[in-house]
Design a protein around this ligand. Sequence first.
Ligand code: SAM
Length: 329
Amino acid sequence: MIGARVPRLEAEKYRKILLEMGIMDINYKIAYEKDYILIPLKEEVSGYDIIDYEFLPLDKRKSSLREILSEKIPSSLLLKLRAFDAIGNIALIQLSDELIPYSKIIGEALLQLNPFIKAVFRKDSIEGEYRVPKLELIAGEHITETVYREFGVRILLDVSKVYFSPRLSEERKRIASLVRKDDIILDMFCGVGPFSLMISKKSDPKKIYAIDINETAIYYLKKNIALNKTYNIIPIHGDSREEIKKLEPPDRIIMNLPHSSFEFLPDVFSTFDRGIVHFYCVSENIKKVKERIIEESNKYGKEIEFLSERVVKSYSPNTDIYCIDFDFS
Ligand code: SAM
């Protein structure tokens, strides 16, 4: 049988490409060889190091997490199992209270099914000003630093010290597609820089001011600027409330602090005359969010034009994270 030999560090990228091309043979297990991963193929494909290899057939009965776990966890509890987030070679999973006693079993099953994952952490509540999750290692090695890749952007981060969500990748791509070459961007709560980096790489605007109050997030943002060779991002460590007052007026402002973004609207409306805002917030009702934006803007004599709105992801049974794009002047 044939396969493609690809470097371990880029294995996930190639696995996805070959899977999407329909060339990867999903009936066989991926194999390992020192710093390489061997991906089973149905047919030869150019541009790859093609090898002969006896791949082991995948045991189809155990091909999904729920199937593996169904032998070990009562089915009523399994219904509560949520999707995990893969950030580089680290998996984060939130477990409901009833599933916590099964943490180790779930972690081991995730490792078994995802050969690229080296550590599985149970993610508890996200806390504090830095929005950092509380993590508990449930399987694998205790590694917390990793490189996550999305649409050609590489993001180095420590999952235990900074906020990061892979679930916003489409949203970052969307915002980047709206940015024009001569725009000045303000990323008010930049974290390790996923929005700024994507915008810089895809749209290359004039300047991106990226602020975060978590010094470790800014440390990683600086590393990520070098990693992605994007030199129009200006990292700023500090409180956005103060820092934005020192800046030239931006064309676009990203306010990605969904729990408390409303607290910062007065600062934005009182500091800048005009601009487009990409406003993220947690709410049970988008109408209420828009009403509150108008209420705040009235206090500062600003006119609002709503440009678009969307549910970015669900947050709890009754609330979602929304993004509302609006123009103010
Ligand atoms: N935009 C980033 C992303 O998508 O990964 C990070 C979003 S995270 C929800 C919010 C970020 O805001 C955290 O990194 C936190 O440290 C930062 N933050 C909270 N309060 C802040 C403030 N007053 N000024 C600047 N940054 C702040």
